[in-house]
Design a protein around this ligand. Structure first.
Ligand code: ADP
Ligand code: MG
Length: 710
């Protein structure tokens, strides 16, 4: 392959110049930038706009669309300063187009309030959403304008991701200064010329300048949609960088050794002792895991399985493979609630087989903790179940051969690796040779990813799917109802509970501050308590003490609570088979993945279950499609495909979801056609030009070096 031209070292070094070389970037500012991984000029070049604001035109208020950002100009009609859960300022604007727009502020200063005198002209920019009185924009960026001063901009304004402690204007200025020092093409270019001309993509230099400073006359709609050749060019290189880093990680992993686990006697005994037969999908996935464990290199496998597909028992069977070989397994879950549930399940299954299951969570402290740590270090604890606490310093395993991470989208890759590192060690192999061994890794997720994406997102993992539910489950029936039908639901809950069933009431709000949601849950809890006097109503939300939350969940699980009012804290993994009714308030505000996760809390027993999605009108087109999808299918993989189609993987595959570093410019759906090229190119670079590969990774993924080099 034609090699990218090698830069002269002096020029290449420009990119590495520390940011303190820029005027106005003192040590304090540099420190704040560094906290976000921005240390050199190159990092600022690649700090790409998150979006653009089109201030080249005004939209009449009557023509505003919910969810579509726009610039509006109008006169202040009325101002209302109120207090609901916290201080609030509302300003109504009128532009003569017969529409109403409310600007809403939760944080504001007295000087701001004083600005908004009736009749004053305000120009603002933001995303309108349905509010109580027509559309509203929460915290718009705005400017009071004088009568003469009304020129509109002539190009798109880049909006950069916010950086704590640095104002947007300063950030824009620093990025501008960094761009002024962009070297000539030869010093920057890492992609082969032939590829660029074949795909008709600009050079890196040209692409960066276009994206940061769209010239007048640039294709604005393409830039706003992220399909401009400049963006495609950057996306290609970014996708390549991520792919290379995942491939490298995988290759590095495979140079490590792992303990061969072949003894299946305990797994077979466990399987025979279960009160149910494994589904075909569970058997197949376990066979894949068994194949991996039998090899002397570490397993790196992701098991995708819809909520309720029975991943835990498969994990338990893998764990006892380690135990049968005289070694240890660890199972880590993202919340204490989930971890406790795993503990109960694993103890129930494994203790009768004589396997010692230990428990380690944050609330295990003092002498109890010391005692657990002792058994873990001595190897008496054969299977250790817990939360993040498992990764803390001071937790030393005697011989960890298998690390299992549940609901992996809740953990970053770093955390996954931290658990793996607990088992890393050096095995003396004979007299001279010492080999580095790492545990096998099994990660599980109930957030299915469409096949097309799995390849890109998990290039470092093998992927298995438990794509079948245990028999005897009745699919959850889902209905969508306007919020005005809420009173009927009270009756429905009364009836379900009269039959000995239990119900969830899930509160969500657009404002994702814990405090406001907790407050709303509290209000709903009191209200429902009054309306359903015969029922035992419980409440869990994120602001409660962990112990109180646990106690309430446990009471619900034991049937001591009929109706559980909750925020989305109950989302992951909670298993209460007797619960057969779920009501989700403001369902239009949640994404498909989250709705599906929530709904997965019901339909876990044999009774027919229902899920009611309460929504506020008017529904945006997107929300309507989401609710429709929820009504039509219960299949997590279908929902994932739809989710992808509706909103794109930027959100679907955020840092939290995959453990991938979030993309700066690439979008796996929009740029999907680039993926096959990326894969080919990556293999070729790794084989033929490893130093170029290295530089591409360093350029884009450099900040996550721990990940890239692990
Ligand atoms: P998830 O994949 O969502 O983690 P779980 O492992 O919590 O699902 O399993 C959900 C429920 O199904 C549990 O109560 C579990 O014991 C039960 N289960 C698992 N496998 C089977 C099976 N093959 N047949 C019947 N029930 C099963
Ligand atoms: Mg689970």
């Amino acid at each position: 392959m034609p090699r990218a031209p090698r830069p002269a070292p002096a020029l290449a070094a420009i990119g590495e110049t520390p940011l303190t070389a820029l005027p106005g970037c003192g040590p304090r500012v540099a420190e704040k930038l560094a906290a976000r991984g921005l240390q050199s000029l190159q990092d600022l070049w690649l700090q790409l706009p998150r979006q653009y604001e089109d201030r080249t035109r005004l939209t009449p208020i009557a023509a505003l669309q919910p969810g579509v950002p726009a610039q509006v100009e109008g006169r202040v009609e009325a101002v209302d300063r109120g207090f609901r859960y916290r201080p609030m300022l509302r300003v109504a604007l009128d532009d003569g187009s017969r529409g109403t727009l409310v600007l809403r502020f939760f944080h504001f200063r007295a000087a701001q309030v004083a600005q908004f005198r009736p009749g004053v002209r305000v120009r603002c920019y933001g995303t309108p959403r349905p509010g109580q009185h027509g559309l509203e924009i929460v915290h718009p960026s705005y400017r009071i304008i004088g009568e003469a001063d009304d020129a509109l901009g002539d190009s798109l304004d880049p909006v950069y991701p916010a950086i704590e402690g640095i104002g947007p204007a300063t950030l824009r200025r620093l990025i501008g200064l960094a761009l002024d020092r962009l070297p000539e093409v030869e010093a920057l270019e890492l992609l082969p010329e032939r590829l660029r001309s074949e795909l008709r993509l600009p050079t890196l230099r040209e692409a960066l300048l276009t994206v940061h400073r769209p010239p007048p006359g640039a294709d604005l709609p393409a830039l706003l949609a992220g399909t401009h050749p400049a963006q495609r060019r950057l996306a290609l290189e970014e996708l390549l960088a991520h792919h290379l880093s995942l491939r490298r990680q995988r290759i590095a992993q495979q140079t490590h050794a792992a303990v061969v686990l072949r003894d299946t006697t305990l797994a077979a005994r466990l399987r025979e002792s279960l009160p149910f037969a494994l589904t075909g999908a569970q058997q197949r996935v376990f066979a894949e895991i068994r194949g991996d464990l039998g090899r002397p290199s570490p397993m790196l496998r992701l098991v995708q399985g819809d909520v309720g597909s029975g991943k835990t028992v498969v994990a338990a069977m893998a764990a006892v493979m380690a135990v049968a070989a005289g070694r240890q397994a660890a199972l880590m879950a993202p919340t204490e609630l989930l971890a406790e549930q795993h503990l109960a399940n694993l103890r129930g299954w494994l203790q009768p087989l004589g396997v010692n299951v230990a428990w380690l969570a944050g609330k295990v402290t003092g002498r109890a903790r010391a005692k657990v740590l002792e058994t873990v270090a001595a190897g008496e604890a054969q299977v250790v179940v817990g939360t993040h606490a498992l990764m803390q310093e001071g937790v030393v395993f005697r011989d960890l051969a298998l690390a299992i991470v549940d609901e992996q989208h809740r953990f970053g890759v770093h955390q996954r690796l931290a658990l793996r590192d607990k088992g890393a060690g050096v095995l003396a192999d004979g007299e001279r040779e010492r080999i580095h061994v790492v545990p096998h890794q099994l990660v599980m997720t109930a957030t299915p990813i469409p096949r097309t994406l799995a390849m890109a997102a998990y290039a470092d993992l093998d992927v298995s799917a438990i794509d079948e539910l245990p028999p005897g489950r009745t699919p959850v029936q889902t209905v969508a109802l306007g919020a005005e039908r809420r009173p009927e639901l009270v009756e429905r809950i009364r009836m379900a509970c009269a039959e000995g069933r239990q119900a969830y009431w899930v509160c969500t709000l657009i404002d994702d501050s814990d405090e406001v949601v907790a407050q709303a849950a509290q209000t709903t809890y009191e209200e429902l308590g009054r309306q359903l006097p015969g029922l035992r109503v419980g409440l869990v939300h994120g602001r409660m003490k962990a112990a109180d939350k646990q106690a309430t969940m446990l009471a619900f699980k034991c049937g001591e609570i009929d109706l559980l009012v909750a925020t989305t804290v109950i989302e992951v993994g909670v298993d209460v088979p007797n619960a057969s009714l779920m009501i989700i308030e403001n369902a239009e505000r949640l994404g498909l993945a989250q709705l599906h996760q929530l709904r997965g809390r019901v339909g876990r027993g044999s009774a027919a279950s229902r899920c009611v999605l309460l929504y506020q009108s008017p529904l945006s087109q997107l929300a309507r499609q989401r609710l429709e999808t929820m009504r039509e299918t219960n299949d997590g993989f279908v929902i994932a495909e739809k989710d992808l189609e509706l909103r794109g993987p930027g959100e679907l595959l955020g840092t939290r979801q995959t453990g991938l570093v979030a993309f700066r410019v690439a979008d796996l759906v929009r740029d999907a056609d680039l993926l096959p090229r990326v894969q080919q190119l990556a293999e070729r670079l790794l084989a033929e030009a490893p130093d170029t590969a290295e530089r591409i990774v360093a350029r884009w993924v450099g900040g996550a070096a721990r990940y890239a080099s692990a």
